[in-house]
Design a protein around this ligand. Structure first.
Ligand SMILES: C[S@@+](CC[C@H](N)C(=O)[O-])C[C@H]1O[C@@H](n2cnc3c(N)ncnc32)[C@H](O)[C@@H]1O
Length: 443
């Protein structure tokens, strides 16, 4: 049986209902028309002005692109246009009020009907400022939507939502209410109510560098400023960390795809003892991203893990890392959306990986070493495949640079299931396979 507490909570959620007022007025946003008249909506002009004044948006937006997601009657879109921005307003339903206001104001705001999940940089480009106000709680997949917002943002996104907790009630773990039916405000199109911590965590996790709470009002509204870039470094002379290595966190390769949710593991040398997720600043192509993991793994050696920042162009991109009071480290290049292809792989020789006997591997040694030419610069431990007979081996070393004849050494471990006897060794990358090199598995 439900407790009184949960009954009270459910009643409170259901009472958050503004539909009657909305139906009576016919407009959500109030609107001042050029003839001096004002259309009164559920949100008064004073309230709208107050909401806008709380946002860190410059008054002069000339030369800037702004996206307003969930524009409804369009008050925020038209306000951004008045500041000089080129504005795209998007909503998942076409709102006649928006069209009316657009005509009356002589607006040039571009208006498109799209679902938030379908608004991609390929379709609409990227924006200096993205507004996503009052939309998140309407969504079943709030984190996915905030990831979309991050990918569309070059500078600043303002994300505002209903939040389920009272002001600043800190809990040990973030949590979110889920509304299967009309529990929130008696409306069936409200799905999720994150608490304050959860909403902040979603924004950080989506790939923003810095996330700052702007307001958490008594009517359960919270707005967050989400920045793609770190604040400029001060002119400290503290020594920069040394960046040793950066790999794909799951497959140990150097290739990354912007089409997937991918994480980088990087290793830093720093004599500092206090590194944590708040004072380590990775950056690629100017986009910062907050680490999800920072740990000391050796003497002065730190491992950090972080999401590949959304919005990177295809190509070799430099990762750099700075600490809160240092300049940036040396760069380490990652291959982002770079196709890995080879036209001609030549396997010159192979031997046991422990006693170096050519053409024979001992089962108990479990390792093979080989030399292959024709690999592209972005060949890595994940995309290079090594087979001994039908068994797939696990490469754990790939010589970074080819020797003078173009060959790179690969060391690979073989599985315990490997059968003894004669077997051909081959190296493959994508569709291309090398010549076969005859081997014997002994022991
Ligand atoms: C509460 S209103 C917010 C209006 C305005 N942004 C504001 O904050 O004053 C929510 C708006 O989000 C739109 N919306 C809801 N789900 C959406 C989705 N999946 N994609 C795009 N817009 C959506 C609704 O149609 C509506 O216009």
């Amino acid at each position: 049986m439900a407790s009184n507490d949960s009954l009270d909570l459910k009643t409170a959620r259901r009472l958050l209902n503004t539909t009657e007022d909305l139906h009576a007025k016919g407009w959500y946003h109030s609107l001042a028309l050029p003839d001096g008249s004002v259309i009164q909506g559920t949100q008064s002009l004073e309230r709208l002005e107050r909401r806008l004044a709380a946002l860190p948006i410059p008054l002069d937006l000339r030369g800037k692109r702004v996206l307003d997601i969930g524009a409804w009657d369009g008050w925020f879109s038209f306000a951004m246009e008045r500041r000089g921005a080129e504005v795209l307003a998007v909503d998942c339903v076409e709102i006649e009020n928006f069209r009316y206001a657009h005509r009356k104001l002589g607006s040039k705001v571009d208006y498109r009907i799209m679902d938030i999940y379908d608004i991609t940089p390929e379709r609409v480009g990227r924006f200096d400022i993205v507004l996503c106000l009052g939309v998140i709680y309407h969504l079943k997949h709030p984190l996915l939507a905030i990831e979309r917002v991050c990918d569309l943002t070059r500078g600043l996104a303002i994300i505002e939502s209903f939040v389920a907790d009272e002001n600043h009630t800190h809990t040990e773990y973030p949590w979110m209410e889920f509304y299967e039916s009309d529990e929130l405000g008696g409306q069936a199109d409200n799905w999720s109510g994150p608490n304050e911590e959860c909403f902040l965590a979603f924004c950080r996790t989506a790939g923003f560098a810095r996330v700052t709470m702007l307001e958490h009002t008594t009517d359960h509204r919270m707005s967050i400023a989400c920045y793609r870039r770190w604040e400029p470094a001060d002119s400290s002379t503290a020594p920069a960390p040394t960046l040793q290595l950066a790999l794909h966190s799951q497959n140990n390769g150097i290739n990354f795809s912007t089409r997937h949710d991918e994480y980088v593991s990087a290793w830093l040398l720093s004599s500092r003892h206090d590194l944590n997720r708040d004072n380590v600043y990775p950056e690629i192509c100017g986009y910062g991203v907050r680490p999800i993991y920072v740990a000391l793994v050796g003497e002065n050696r730190w491992q950090i893990n972080f999401k590949l920042p959304p919005g990177l162009p295809a190509g070799w991109q430099d990762l750099r890392v700075r600490l809160n009071d240092t300049p940036f480290s040396n760069p380490v290049a990652l291959a982002v959306d770079v196709p890995a292809t080879a036209s001609n792989l030549h396997l010159k020789s192979a031997c046991d990986g422990v006693d170096w006997t050519t053409g024979r591997v001992l089962y108990e040694h479990g390792r093979v070493t080989l030399w292959v030419s024709g690999l592209p610069a972005n060949a890595d431990l994940h995309n290079v495949r090594v087979y001994l007979g039908a068994a797939r081996l696990t490469p754990d070393y790939l010589q970074p640079e080819p020797d003078r004849e173009g060959y790179r050494q690969i060391n690979a471990r073989f599985p315990r299931t490997l059968e003894p006897g004669a077997a051909d060794l081959t190296v493959c990358l994508g569709e291309t396979g090398s010549n076969h090199f005859p081997m014997v598995v002994a022991g």
